[in-house]
Design a protein around this ligand. Structure first.
Ligand SMILES: NC(=O)c1ccc[n+]([C@@H]2O[C@H](COP(=O)([O-])OP(=O)(O)OC[C@H]3O[C@@H](n4cnc5c(N)ncnc54)[C@H](OP(=O)(O)O)[C@@H]3O)[C@@H](O)[C@H]2O)c1
Length: 173
């Protein structure tokens, strides 16, 4: 199943100045991202790849696939020239991990979204995640957490599945 993994705030902000607005302030989200994506193929835009800290580039224990029209080669990653090509490299377990341009293009092609919903309103965010209309998406799991000494904001891990898929699975039971 193709999935998106994303963290967004109460305004659906995902980025500011080429980085995560809550960088270094939400380690629980970093751990969740690691748990979800290790052992899979991650697909990301060239700008997201470049935003990763040197030590995490390429992301370890994952096949890194970077979408780029312009780049000739990227250390530790496979370059895909379009989304279709990226999915061919990824095989069964494709995880689309951003950024905004790639989420926008990939959303119609995925069946599942793993979202970290961060209870915060970023000022001057400049990258956003599209809405998930209830007519198309069904929330199938939610876990709520309060801010603590390490994580600055309240947050929830939420899973959304495409509604027609949920209905299909229900009718097969
Ligand atoms: N909160 C989160 O979960 C999350 C996750 C990831 C990223 N982010 C944030 O998102 C922001 C970056 O997002 P962004 O939209 O600026 O950039 P992006 O989506 O990471 O990358 C855009 C680049 O991808 C390539 N690209 C786009 N569509 C393509 C296609 N169809 N085929 C081939 N290549 C394609 C192009 O690279 P070339 O120019 O090289 O051709 C384009 O410049 C940052 O702030 C980052 O921190 C947040």
């Amino acid at each position: 199943m193709k999935s998106i993994v994303v963290a967004y705030d109460s305004m659906r902000t995902i980025g500011r100045d080429g980085n995560l607005p809550w960088a270094g302030k939400m380690p629980a989200d970093m751990q969740h991202f690691k748990d979800l994506t290790e052992g899979t193929s991650v697909i990301m835009g060239r700008k997201t790849y470049e935003s990763l800290p040197e030590a995490y580039r390429p992301l370890p224990n994952r096949q890194n696939i970077v979408l780029s029209v312009s780049a000739a080669a990227i250390r530790g990653a496979i370059i895909a020239r379009n989304l279709e090509e990226a999915y061919e490299y990824a095989g069964e377990n494709a995880m689309v991990i951003g950024g905004a341009e790639i989420y926008q293009q990939a959303l119609p092609t995925v069946d599942r979204v793993f979202a970290t919903e961060i209870m915060h309103r970023t000022v001057k965010g400049d990258a956003f995640f599209p809405p998930l209309p209830a007519s198309e998406w069904c929330m199938t799991d939610i876990q709520d957490f309060e801010a603590d000494t390490r994580n600055k904001y309240d947050y929830s891990f939420v899973t959304y599945i495409r509604r027609n898929l949920v209905e299909q699975l229900d009718s097969e039971e």
